[in-house]
Design a protein around this ligand. Structure first.
Ligand SMILES: [Zn+2]
Length: 68
């Protein structure tokens, strides 16, 4: 059980990948509560197509980025 406390030393941020249904437009933003695949999240700025959430994933923060 002591192992679980060690994992908190590695900060994770969750990202959401959004894609357009009708063209190759895609954008990545921070995960927001309520996000899921394949939720519709708006319209494409390029061609007005529907944007949907294509993926949700966690990435590790690098120590250098955490320092200010
Ligand atoms: Zn589009």
């Amino acid at each position: 059980m002591a192992i679980s406390s060690d994992s908190s030393k590695q900060p994770l941020i969750t990202k959401t990948l959004i894609k357009c249904m009708s063209c190759d437009y895609s954008i990545e933003r921070d995960f927001q509560e309520g996000d899921f695949v394949p939720k519709l999240v708006g319209t494409c700025p390029k061609d007005g197509g529907k944007l949907y959430i294509a993926g949700i994933y966690a990435i590790k923060l690098q120590p250098q980025q955490a320092k200010r």
